[in-house]
Structure formats: structure tokens, C-alpha cells
Unconditional design. Sequence first.
Length: 207
Amino acid sequence: MIDVYYAPTPNGVKIPIALEELGAPYRIVPVNLGRDEQKRPDFLALNPNGRIPVIVDPKGPEGEPVSVFESGAILLYLAEKYGGLMPAVPRERIRALEYLFFQVGGVGPMFGQAGWFMRQSERITAGIERYQAESRRLTAVLETRLQQSPWLAGERFSVADIAHFGWLRVADYAGVRIDRYPAVQDWLQRIESRPAVQRALSPNHGA
Ligand SMILES: N[C@@H](CCC(=O)N[C@@H](CS)C(=O)NCC(=O)O)C(=O)O
């Protein structure tokens, strides 16, 4: 059974969603970010970057335990291990990789910075405007893509959709009004209605 070092955050929710979609058993190990548990030595031994999510698979390569950090790496590890959530069609696989990296390199950091600047007691206008504008621009890229195809990779739901879902469902945190992006809004609703996603987001998820 895979241990998921978890907090209910935009990056955290990606992992139980993937595991539920793949039908893989897992156990939640709560990490209290408010108490900085992610900065303790035992956690840093799993992720030197001191952030969730992290997984520990007791049956990794050669049947030996392995830990994985960075949500994109975890999603790809799980997709390979359980044989799902990555399109088999080569062109769709390329699109899935593109949008997965677009999320971890673009949407995640920009939304995170926008939200951070918006919540500082000192108003730093240049920071707020820069990161909100970039968050909105990236969401417009997703809007264009989702006007063309039902899922980010193409015809199939994939790790790329899961990666974006965590942040897009809380887009207002970054000052992004999702009702201005109708294809993204429709896509969010289709993901929210998936039974595996509902299980993953329920408080009693995992073993
Ligand atoms: N690039 C990382 C980002 C992980 C990340 O930012 N995690 C946040 C929660 S969403 C966290 O652990 N924050 C606590 C901290 O920064 O100390 C990933 O995709 O896994």
C-alpha cells in the first residue's frame, strides 16, 4: 500500500485523485503544514525541498521501497506503475506531457505567487499585477485548448487534467475568475463529477 504524505492543498489533492482513478490502494499520512511538519528531518529525508506531496511505495523498483517527491514526478510514477492516466496514442502522450509540465512549471508557481502577493499586509501592486496577469494568461491558454478538445491531452482524461484540477478549482485564490473561461469551467465540472475524484476529495479517503 502506498503512503501519501498529504495536506488538502492544490498540489496535495492531485495524488489521491490519481490513486483513486487508478484503483490503487493507498494510505494518507497527514502533514500539518501550519506546524511546519514538512520541514522536519524525517520529512526532509523523503523530500529535501520540504514540501508535500510525497509518496512512499513499499514495492518500488526491484521490489524495494522508494520515495517520490514533486507532484508531476509522482503522477508519472503512478501512471507507469499502474498503467493508466497516460494516453497510449503517441500524439496524445506528447500532449499529456506538454500540459503536465505546463502545470508544474507555469500554472502552479504563478497561481501560488499571485495568491501570496494578494494576501500580504503590505500591498505590493507590481507583484499582484504581474502574477495575476500571468495566471489569467495561462488560464486563457487552457481555455483555448479546452475549446478544441475535451481533455488536455486530447480524447482521454490524463495526469495533465489531474495536475491542473488542483489549482483551477481554487482559481479565485489567484484572482482568476473562472466564469470568464467557459470551457475551463465546463472541464472543472466534468472532473468534479467523476466518482474517483469525489472519493479522493472526501475526508475519509485512503485506507
Ligand atoms: N513543485 C511542487 C510544489 C509543492 C508545494 O508547493 N507544496 C505546498 C503545498 S501545495 C507545500 O508543501 N507548502 C509548504 C511549504 O512551502 O513549506 C510539486 O508540484 O509537488
